[in-house]
Write a protein that binds this ligand. Structure first.
Ligand SMILES: [Zn+2]
Length: 320
């Protein structure tokens, strides 16, 4: 059966979000704890340069570096870019400049935000100073932003610092978040639309005749578009499986449960789904299963045994 042209390709918002926890070595710990105490620390390299923000290893020699020095809270903008539309989580919620600031005493520049009324008020070479956050916890956001400062540089003096603070910050949790508008493309749009009619539709490669479910729009082996829609299943065979013992945060499924690869009848690629309706320790390769549709009937919630005899290994061995 030929695939009908899809009226509209699906699109939906997709957010990938997770906290990233990292421990700090002695240098980053001193740097972030210093910010909490309104002190900016850098490191001194073997060739006498001062790096702010500090790094743990010399970028020239790769040697470990631990010589901490304190630099000023004032500096000079080396380059900048205007941010017309601040996004969620950025340092300021009004338009601002991203700036690289070489703090007095440092030889490298630090990236941060500059609070300014407009791009006309920003220039390379302008003098700026740190505006400290009122509440500081040992993070780069302890520097709320930079602001214009109309005095000349203080000569770039640096002082040695032992990096010792009471209650040092030893780790940070950095939330990572990616906002997408996701489009699954024409092939998966057709697949998803068919699912809402409780049909599972793959696509056949015109060259090797394999049927891909879910379809990706092209055959990865032959490199040609898959053009023929083919209804498969709904029954299928478990080709391999695993027992899940770790409860996922946002899933209301009791552990242990079984997640399996299922070769639907007529498909040449296994898809994966949860198996239920059978004790987890009785699931096996070759088990015949069928979909149980979700309450809104738009996708299979899980698969359950059909009661048929197990499939012969030879019938699915190519898909294990
Ligand atoms: Zn092919």
């Amino acid at each position: 059966m030929a695939s009908a042209p899809s009226p509209e390709v699906l699109r939906a918002p997709l957010v990938v979000e997770f906290p990233f926890t990292r421990s700090l070595g002695p240098v980053q710990s001193a740097f972030l704890t210093g910010l909490r105490e309104r002190t900016v620390l850098g490191v001194k390299t073997q060739d006498g340069r001062t790096l702010v923000p500090p790094v743990e290893y010399d970028p020239v020699t790769a040697d470990e570096i631990r010589d901490l020095v304190e630099v000023a809270a004032t500096g000079t903008v080396t380059t900048w870019a205007w941010n017309h539309e601040p996004r969620r989580g950025q340092p300021l919620d009004t338009p601002f400049a991203w700036v690289l600031v070489k703090l007095d005493g440092a030889d490298t520049a630090l990236l941060h935000a500059l609070d300014a009324p407009g791009p006309d008020a920003v220039s390379s070479g302008m003098r700026v100073r740190i505006r400290w956050a009122e509440e500081r916890a040992g993070a780069i956001t302890d520097i709320a932003c930079f602001e214009a400062y109309d005095e000349e540089g203080g000569g770039g003096e640096v002082r040695s610092h032992d990096g010792e603070f009471s209650e040092p910050v030893t780790g940070i949790v950095a939330p990572a978040r990616l906002d997408y508008t996701y489009s699954p493309g024409g092939a998966q749009t057709r697949y998803i639309n068919a699912l809402s009619g409780q049909k599972i539709v793959g696509e056949r490669c015109p060259s090797c005749h394999k049927v891909y479910v879910p379809p990706r729009g092209a055959c990865p082996t032959c490199g040609v578009a898959t053009t023929d829609a083919v209804e498969v299943g709904p029954r299928g065979t478990v080709t391999t499986y695993c027992i899940v013992n770790i409860k996922a945060k946002n899933l209301d499924i009791e552990v242990p449960y079984v997640y399996a690869h299922i070769a639907l009848d007529g498909a040449d690629l296994a898809l994966h789904a949860r198996i239920a309706g059978i004790p987890y320790d009785q699931v096996r390769m070759g088990l015949r299963v069928e979909p149980v549709w979700a309450d809104d009937a738009r996708f299979p919630d899980h698969y359950r045994p059909t009661g048929e005899p197990d499939a012969d290994y030879d019938t699915y061995k190519e898909m294990v």
